[in-house]
Design a protein around this ligand. Sequence first.
Ligand code: FES
Length: 163
Amino acid sequence: MAALSKAAEQQIVEICDRYRDTATPLIMILSDIQNEYGYVPPEAQAIVSRETGISVAKIYGVVTFYSFFSLVPNGKYVIGCCLGTACYVKGAQAVIDKFSELLGIDPGQTTPDGMFTLDALRCIGACGIAPAVSVNGKVYPKLTPDKVPEIIEEYRTKEAKSA
Ligand code: FES
């Protein structure tokens, strides 16, 4: 959405209109934009500010505070590594470090080919199978760093087959 199209701009105005009568509309507006576009770019934040009168600084603060919101488009496959307590004590840091090392990105970043986004998450509700990782919602249980290469390979192979 780097160069925001007229249609996209209109759609964001419409999203703002949905919550005109809501006392605290910001989270709902930003959630709808995130769900619609997969991220909340600065251009969209500027429109929300114009439409709601909420400062860009406040909007930016909310977008960067909640991990649900993203400032850049996510990769095709979003790898969510749980760093909640149960996962952490069972070695989740080593797992996410391995993803980082093999993909060449830090948590919160996307690979240059747009294939993978790496996210550090709080508890994803799978503590019994810690450390847990989800890829586009598919949960991988009891991960260890040595299993990380085959997960990445699984998605690279899937992508190669669909190309
Ligand atoms: S702490 Fe990781 S799933 Fe609960």
